[in-house]
Design a protein around this ligand. Structure first.
Ligand code: DGL
Length: 266
């Protein structure tokens, strides 16, 4: 199976990490659209255009069988349009895991951290509204402008990043939030700081595993055998911190080989 995966930058590599634990016998073509990052502070029209361009590139250049939007923000703005445009392609998006959070919480208080575009999008608003009817839960939503840039700069543990997180998380800690949804694929990269600020009394939800299992099911229906090696190709449209890529891919399992290339023309 040839799988195209994209995000605005490094964040989607956390989804690829989960994929490497489930998917075998695949070539993964990852696009980090760092030329246009961060997506979370762009308009829905801009995000849709970036998503269409990348999808067309992945189809033309790599003839992909499946597309993973490893980005909550792009999913919110583009998945509907992409599914209408490419009906025969397997297309899976990333959405904030509010459902598992609502099921898990004991204090009935959950937090959601996401980009401004994701929280403002209709998709998120409808999901939160529908789910909060099923169980009465207080949802503390927090947009995190600037956090993606900090992570892309490699400042996961800097004082500035910790101060931002402290400011955003304090209301959650003071109100007994016990479950936090990481509604942006970059945020697992600062999960240690989040756990520290929450005094470790928190469970963090991200959806990489669910996405990977869903991909396995849809892939099997199309004849994917799930045997053999996995090869990951990483393509960036702008600057990226190679050392951070190396740290993340060190955690990947069952990988045969990885190559990284930069091409600003795509
Ligand atoms: N990692 C992305 C997400 O899940 C995009 C973040 C951004 O570029 O703002 O939303």
């Amino acid at each position: 199976m040839k799988i195209g995966v994209f995000d605005s930058g490094l964040g989607g590599l956390t989804v690829v990490q989960a994929m490497t634990q489930v998917i075998k016998g695949a070539q993964i073509f990852y696009v980090a659209d760092t030329k246009n990052a961060p997506y979370g502070e762009k308009t829905p029209e801009q995000i849709l255009q970036y998503s269409l361009n990348i999808t067309q590139y992945l189809i033309n250049t790599h003839n992909i069988d499946a597309l993973i939007l490893a980005c909550n923000t792009a999913t919110s703005s583009a998945i509907k349009h992409l599914r209408e445009t490419y009906p025969s392609l397997i297309i899976i998006g990333t959405e904030p895991g509010i459902k598992p959070a609502i099921e898990q919480t004991s204090t009935r208080k959950i937090g959601v951290l996401a980009t401004p575009a994701t929280l403002q999008g209709d998709k998120y608003q409808k999901l939160a509204q529908t789910l909060s009817l099923q169980k009465s839960v207080d949802i503390y939503e927090q947009a995190c402008p600037g956090l993606v840039e900090q992570i892309e700069k490699g400042e996961m543990d800097s004082e500035e990043t910790k101060a931002l997180l402290e400011k955003w998380l304090r209301p959650m800690r003071e109100n007994n939030v016990d479950t936090i949804v990481l509604g942006c694929t970059h945020y697992p990269l600062v999960s240690q700081s989040i756990e520290h600020i929450m005094d470790c009394n928190v469970s963090l939800i991200h959806t990489g595993e669910a996405i990977s299992k869903h991909l396995l099911t849809l892939g099997s229906q199309k004849g994917h055998l799930n045997e053999g090696d996995v090869v990951v190709h990483i393509h960036t449209t702008g600057k990226i911190q190679i050392e951070i890529i190396e740290t993340i891919i060190d955690t990947y399992e069952n990988i045969h080989s990885i190559e990284v290339e930069h091409n600003s023309d795509s």
